[in-house]
Design a protein around this ligand. Structure first.
Ligand code: ADP
Length: 591
């Protein structure tokens, strides 16, 4: 592309240079040719002048010899050439006078010559008259006077001088004319060479451009073929749309999974493969989370991507025959070179297998947990009776072992409860009962649950609630907060302080549980929210945890359209934050 642009610039520059050169050369050729024609004209004129002067001289001589013939013979016949010469002399003199008018020097010379010619003609006339009127003797006397000879010599001398000068001029003009001809040939030659050079350069450039564009075309075809192959061999459904959500392209996987042909999909809105109710609820969820109206149409799919936020979520794809399957959908905004929105790319991974596996695992966990629960309850009961000495006092060693067994049976029982709880929440088997809950009430109720344990450790919990309410399942939300507060108590030093605060910004509220405990390393801040993940392997044993509390907490918060995360400074404490949308009426007041 860059190369083509440079070549194009070269062509324009060369064309402009060529045009200028051709214009200059054409103008020079025109001027030279014009001057050459003028020089040739002057040459012809000089030749004619020399010839006319010679003719003038010859005519005078002819006239004179004709007069002398008459003087000798006395026959009128001899005067015929004289009369003809006189007429021609008159014409030649007029022609010469006219031709020399432009040249002041020659014109002057000719004007000086004319009276001498006239005198010679008068002399000839006198000779003819003397012969005719006074006879042979008188004519001989006229001839014998040397005036005629002197006039003839003078005329010859002047004509020769004029001719000599004209010849010299002629030579100069011929030289000038030759030079003009040479420079004209040179200019025309240069023009031809330049033309040939330009033609050659143009051919080379056109040839190179053609080759380049052929190469570009091939490269483009190859790139397109490779792209298509990649798209079609991908194990993901890929659908691209324009900015208005109209489908442009669908790869082979999309066609196969959805049962539509590419032509059937093209031009349709992308919502054709989505569940309208799912889009509506996602639109509502985004409206709450983003604090701006997001319609429940294709915009529910693309709004986050349009704002440059990476968006990946689970949803259902609906086949042409109406059946559906779960997908993990990643939406990316496609932008052109000028960063203008060109459309969206929707890449979906089929989650059918994963969901089936998850279902199997959940069922397995559920069955195993339930099966564990019953024997565990009897073990715990029996151990409790033993440890409390209901069956009689135990020897100290046996008592210690009974206590250890009871503690571990308790842990195991909590673990089974947590596993069942998490699995029920994640599989959506627990219906969430959304009601408007007062933020301060929710916080107070949560603190009450951990109040006694905290007091036992000399830990104080300070509450700073804010006004307002959220839409939540109160019991579940309290469960999540109790989990965070319980952890804060667990990981605080004796006599420590915990803060539980809520703060509103716009249409959201952020709850913070801050402790002054040991803190959490940076690389664990995210992993602790995964199942069975703990900062230290000994935490479970020493603090009696199961490693499931935060996973349960995240599930609950996400089901409420919020998010939870941890911030911490190692050795100085941790803060767990829960962000939730405010109830609609509060959000409106807030904005
Ligand atoms: P557990 O039942 O083990 O507390 P959680 O999922 O609630 O399980 O917590 C996971 C782990 O995260 C804990 O074992 C602990 O290592 C770490 N953790 C949680 N809360 C805190 C806290 N406030 N301070 C330090 N570490 C914490």
């Amino acid at each position: 592309m860059l190369m083509g642009g440079r070549i194009r610039l070269w062509i324009i520059a060369a064309s402009v240079a060529g045009l200028i050169a051709l214009a200059v050369v054409s103008w020079l050729s025109y001027r030279n040719t014009k001057e050459l024609i003028a020089a040739n004209g002057r040459l012809a004129q000089a030749h004619k002048l020399i010839e006319d002067l010679t003719a003038l001289h010859l005519l005078l001589d002819d006239a004179e010899s004709s007069c002398r013939g008459y003087a000798l013979s006395g026959k009128d016949d001899y005067l015929k050439p004289y009369d003809v010469a006189l007429t021609q002399l008159d014409i030649t003199t007029q022609v010469l006078g006219h031709d020399l008018a432009d040249d002041p020097n020659r014109s002057r010379q000719f004007q000086e010559l004319e009276p001498i010619i006239q005198a010679r003609l008068e002399l000839m006339k006198g000779l003819v008259d003397a012969r005719r009127k006074r006879g042979f003797e008188a004519a001989v006397r006229v001839v014998q006077s040397d005036r005629g000879k002197r006039l003839a010599d003078e005329i010859r001398r002047r004509i020769s001088a004029m001719q000599a000068e004209e010849r010299n001029d002629l030579l100069d003009r011929e030289r000038e004319s030759r030079e003009r001809a040479r420079s004209t040939i040179l200019v025309v030659g240069v023009t031809c060479l330049l033309g040939i050079a330009l033609l050659l350069a143009a051919s080379v450039v056109i040839y190179r451009l053609n080759r380049q564009s052929e190469k570009d075309h091939l490269a483009l075809q190859n790139a397109e073929r490779i792209q298509r192959t990649i798209l079609n061999s991908a194990a993901y459904s890929m659908i691209s749309t324009d900015p208005a959500g109209l489908i442009q392209l669908a790869n082979a996987a999309a066609e196969k999974w959805l049962g539509y042909t590419g032509a059937e999909l093209a031009g349709n809105t992308v919502t054709i493969v989505h569940d309208a109710r799912e889009l509506q609820s996602r639109g509502d969820q985004l409206t709450r989370a983003m604090g701006m109206p997001v319609p429940g149409d294709y915009q529910a799919l693309v709004t986050k991507a349009r704002y440059g936020v990476a968006d990946e979520f689970e949803c259902a794809y609906i086949r042409k025959d109406g059946t559906r399957f779960p997908v993990l959908l990643a939406v990316t905004a496609l932008r052109g070179g000028d960063n203008d929105l060109a459309g969206y790319l929707m890449i979906a991974a089929d989650l059918s297998d994963r969901h089936a596996m998850r279902k199997m695992k959940d069922e397995f966990v559920s069955v195993v947990s339930h099966e564990l629960r019953t024997p565990l309850t009897s073990i715990k009961g029996a151990l409790g009776l033993l440890a409390r000495g209901v069956t009689g006092a135990l020897p100290p060693k046996a008592d210690e072992m009974a206590q250890i067994a009871l503690t571990n049976a308790d842990r195991l029982s909590r673990l089974v409860d947590d596993i069942l709880d998490l699995q029920r929440i994640e599989s959506g088997r627990i219906a969430i009962d959304m009601r408007t809950c007062d933020i301060a009430d929710l916080m107070r109720q949560s603190v009450e649950s951990v109040h006694l344990v905290a007091e036992g450790e000399g830990i104080t919990i300070a509450i700073s609630p804010c006004q307002g309410s959220i839409r939540a399942d109160q019991e579940r939300m309290v469960q999540a907060f109790v989990n965070l507060l319980g952890n804060a108590v667990k990981f605080s030093r004796r006599g420590g302080r915990i803060e539980f605060a809520a703060e509103r910004t716009g249409s959201i509220v952020v709850f913070r549980v801050r402790d002054e405990g040991r803190g959490i390393p940076k690389d664990k801040l995210e992993t602790i929210f995964e199942r069975f993940e703990q900062v230290d392997a000994s935490d479970a044993r020493e603090k009696g945890g199961t490693g499931l509390g935060l996973a349960i907490c995240r599930s609950i918060v996400e089901q409420h359209g919020g998010r939870v995360w941890a911030e911490s400074e190692l050795g100085r404490g941790s803060t767990f934050c829960v962000q939730l949308p405010l109830a609609e009426a509060d959000a409106v007041t807030a904005s």
